[in-house]
Design a binder for this molecule. Structure first.
Ligand code: PLP
Length: 390
């Protein structure tokens, strides 16, 4: 990171890989820059070629065919396109089922449908944050337009039984959307083996640039566009493509595929060191599934410590981590996120949770340094807390 701090917030975004930047530069400045992929001339053709190469790489990462990839401005747009587009494609159906732990990008789109008269079933989760396939099957109705359950949770890191959940939907002919923004590039995501209808991914979670993403749309799935204009992306997503961004996304996807096993092994090792070190402190608990979790995610509730204070204290000590569930963003206001609440935790636990997420370039020294800082920060903040019983 440029400010010299140790970056342990890879769930929020990942630093741009130098190789990705180098792949992008010729499309920002120089011989290959500036062509519109819709133009017929040479520069246009070069831009089109670059976009199609990126499409093939992104498709390769998730076991899809290139023609099933719709590029978007990121994970949020991909989630919105799936939820709103699947609903609009079957206007007679007015019911939606969605997990109670979705990212705001899905949650917000579903709330929009609700405001337009859709009935919404919110599928509860167990204490680890997982949806039961039986509950999902029970929620399906003849008028269910779509189901959305995320592949892996952005806060607590829990990985869902997506193959089983999607399978239940396929048996009943109901479209299934998976938000794989946290999962793609961090664990194997293969749409040739998991019967999702649509699947969202985002470049900036896998060391690519921000503001670029994709929606996988399985061949034959009915989807209506949400943006109208020039008919790019097979008519699913009008707008001139972000050529340099897509070149970066493609390069990032290629590296993620080639390096996936090594990255997982590296991150899991650090995750376990972090978790076992942090759990040695009294009053610290791990949230999310113990094993079925993202390789890079450690999500902790820390008794007697307010998450925001802990994040700022650690920041001052040179460590950047995420606040776990309260104030998920600076724009969300002081509100508990629904994720820990859905897992049966109290509001207080949502306000004392922190998320530490490592990356492919995080070192063991950084993790060990962090554990020392974490212990100091927790002790210091507890000394100051009028509520913590020492
Ligand atoms: N879905 C999940 C699970 C996420 O973690 C995020 C980003 O944090 C998004 C969707 C939104 O993606 P983007 O930031 O590319 O819009």
């Amino acid at each position: 990171m440029t400010d010299g701090s140790v970056y342990l917030d890879h769930a929020a975004t990942t630093p741009l890989d130098r190789r990705v930047l180098e792949a992008m530069l010729p499309y920002l400045q120089g011989a290959l820059a500036g062509g519109n992929p819709s133009s017929l001339h040479g520069p246009g053709a070069a831009a089109r070629e670059a976009v199609e190469e990126a499409r093939a790489s992104v498709a390769g990462l998730i076991g899809a065919s290139p023609q099933e990839i719709v590029f978007t401005s990121g994970g949020t747009e991909a989630d919105n396109l799936a939820v709103l587009g699947l609903a609009a494609a079957d206007p007679g159906k007015k019911h939606v089922a969605v997990s109670a732990v979705e990212h705001a990008a899905v949650r917000g789109a579903v709330e929009h449908l609700e405001s337009r008269g859709y009935e919404v079933t919110r599928l509860g989760v167990d204490t680890d944050g997982r949806v039961s396939p039986e509950d999902l099957a029970d929620a399906l109705r003849p008028d269910t337009a779509l189901v959305a359950v995320m592949w892996a949770n952005n806060e607590v890191g829990t990985v869902q039984r997506v193959a089983e959940l999607a399978g239940r939907c396929r048996e009943r002919g109901v479209p299934f959307h998976a938000d794989a923004v946290q999962a793609a590039g961090r664990l194997p995501v293969d749409v040739s083996r998991v019967p999702v209808s649509t699947l969202a991914i985002s470049s900036h979670k896998l060391y690519g640039p921000q503001g670029v993403g994709a929606l996988y749309v399985r061949g034959g799935v009915k989807l209506a566009p949400i943006l109208f204009g020039g008919g790019q992306e097979g008519g699913f997503r009008s707008g001139t493509e972000n050529v340099a961004g897509l070149v970066g996304f493609g390069a990032a996807a290629r590296h993620a595929m080639e390096e996936m096993d090594d990255r997982i092994r590296h991150e899991e090792g650090l995750r376990e060191t972090l978790a076992s070190g942090a759990l040695r402190l009294p009053g610290v608990r791990l949230n999310g599934h113990r094993n079925e979790r993202l390789s890079n995610n450690v999500h902790l509730s820390v008794d007697g410590v307010e998450a925001e204070s802990l994040v700022l204290f650690l920041d001052a000590m040179g460590y950047a981590v995420g606040s776990g569930s309260a104030c998920a963003s600076s724009t969300a206001g002081h509100k508990a996120s629904p994720v820990l609440l859905a897992m049966g935790r109290g509001e207080d636990e949502a306000f004392n949770a922190v998320r530490i997420s490592v990356g492919k370039d995080t070192t063991r020294e950084e993790v060990e340094g962090f554990l020392g800082a974490f212990s100091t920060a927790v002790s210091r903040l507890r000394e100051l807390s009028p509520l913590y019983i020492h």
